[in-house]
Design a protein around this ligand. Structure first.
Ligand code: G3P
Ligand code: CA
Length: 336
C-alpha cells in the first residue's frame, strides 16, 4: 500500500480519534510492550488489536540516515548486536544505532529488554528473554507507519501515532538532524497538521521550539518532562513545570507528557495518593496532560496496585491520556 493512497481513508476515519475525547486517550508505550518485545511490529499490531488509541514510536537514526523505531541510542539491550557484530562497540562499550547501516540493523534479532549490568530481564514476568529465535526485527519508521495505516483500514478503527524524536541534541552533535529526516516521512504518511491523529513528542525544550519554529511542524506537539533533573540537552524539568515554564511551553506545544510522579504519588506505604497541581495548571493554559508510564509490574513507589494507579490518574488527577505498557488493562479501566 502506498502512503498517498492511504491518506483519504486515514482522514475519513480520523475524527473518531481526533474528536475531543469522551474518555482519556490510551497510548501504547512502545506498543503492547508488556506482552511482546518493545517497538517490534508484533508489539504494535497487538496494541492496535487491544484497542489502544495511539501507538508510540521512539525514533533514532541509522548510519545511513534512516529513521528506525528504537528506544535507546544503543542496540545492545534489546538485540543480539554484540554477538553478530563483535568489535563494533564504541569505547564506552555500547553499540550505537548510528554506527550501523539499515542493512546491518536488519540482521539483528530483537528480544525482550535485558538489564546489561545483570544480564537479566528488565521485567522478568514479560516475554521470555530466552525465547529464540524471535524472528523480530527493528522496524523503520516507514514500515511501522505502513503497518499502522494498513491496520486502520483492515479493522476500520483508527489508531493514531505518537512519535518521539530521541536525543536530537546528541544526534546534532554527531552531525545529524533527526527532526529534518523524520518530519518529511510523517508528512508523506499524512501526518502534517492537527487534523491528523498524531502527537509529536520530545524531551528537549530547544527542539520542541525548533520543531514549531524553524522546522514548521504544524501538527500536535507534546513537551515531555522527566521525573527530575535535566534532559540530555540541559532542559531543566523543574523550570518546565514552573508557571513561567508552562506558559512558555503553551506558546508552542499542545500538551505535556510528565513522568507519573509529577502528577500522582504515594508518600508512604498505606498512605492515600497525593495529586499535584500540575494537571490543573497545565489545563488552565490549554495544555493536555499525558503522563508516562503505567506498568503493572513496575508501579510507582508505595502505589498499592494497578487499580489504584489507574484510579489516581484518571479519576483523581483526571489526565487527558496516559502511556501504558499494558494497553488492554488501561483501555478496560477508562472504558468502565
Ligand atoms: O515518551 C513518553 C515516554 O515514552 C517517555 O519515556 O524513556 O520510555 O521514552 P521513554
Ligand atoms: Ca518515548
Amino acid at each position: 500500500m502506498r502512503p498517498r493512497s492511504q491518506l483519504a481513508l486515514f482522514l475519513a476515519l480520523a475524527p473518531a480519534v481526533l474528536a475531543q475525547p469522551a474518555r482519556p486517550l490510551v497510548v501504547a508505550h512502545r506498543g503492547a510492550s508488556g506482552y511482546l518485545p518493545e517497538h517490534t511490529l508484533a508489539a504494535k499490531a497487538h496494541a492496535h488489536a487491544l484497542g489502544a488509541d495511539f501507538l508510540e514510536q521512539d525514533i533514532v537514526l541509522t548510519k545511513d540516515d534512516v529513521p528506525v523505531v528504537l528506544h535507546d541510542l544503543y542496540l545492545d539491550a534489546v538485540t543480539d548486536v554484540a554477538r553478530r557484530f563483535p568489535g563494533r562497540a564504541r569505547p564506552d562499550g555500547r553499540y550505537y544505532a548510528l554506527d550501523f547501516t539499515l542493512a546491518e540493523i536488519r540482521q539483528l534479532e530483537v528480544r525482550e529488554r535485558v538489564n546489561l549490568k545483570t544480564g537479566e530481564a528488565q521485567y522478568p514476568a514479560r516475554y521470555p528473554t530466552a525465547a529464540a529465535p524471535t524472528g523480530l526485527r527493528i522496524p523503520t519508521l516507514e514500515e511501522e507507519l505502513t503497518l499502522v495505516q494498513a491496520l486502520n483500514r483492515s479493522t476500520g478503527r483508527v489508531a493514531g501515532i505518537y512519535p518521539e524524536i530521541k536525543a536530537p541534541r546528541w544526534h546534532r552533535d554527531q552531525g545529524r538532524d533527526p527532526s529534518r529526516v523524520i518530519l518529511p516521512v510523517l508528512a508523506r504518511f499524512g501526518y502534517a497538521d492537527k487534523t491528523a491523529p498524531c502527537f509529536l513528542q520530545c524531551f528537549e525544550w530547544e527542539e520542541v521550539r525548533r520543531l514549531r519554529g524553524e522546522l514548521g511542524w504544524k501538527g500536535r506537539l507534546v513537551q515531555l518532562i522527566g521525573a527530575s533533573g535535566q534532559a540530555a540537552d540541559g532542559t531543566d524539568y523543574g523550570w518546565l513545570v514552573s508557571e513561567a515554564g508552562l506558559k512558555a511551553v503553551a506558546t508552542v506545544a499542545d500538551g505535556i507528557g510528565p513522568a507519573l510522579g509529577r502528577v500522582v504519588n504515594w508518600p508512604a506505604a498505606g498512605s492515600p495518593v497525593q495529586v499535584t497541581d500540575l494537571v490543573g495548571r497545565a489545563r488552565a493554559l490549554g495544555l493536555a496532560v499525558h503522563p508516562y508510564t503505567i506498568r503493572r509490574d513496575d508501579l510507582p513507589r508505595h502505589c498499592p496496585d494497578l487499580l489504584a494507579l489507574h484510579a489516581a490518574l484518571f479519576e483523581k488527577a483526571r489526565v487527558d491520556g496516559a502511556f501504558t505498557d499494558f494497553p488492554d488493562l488501561t483501555v478496560a479501566f477508562v472504558r468502565r
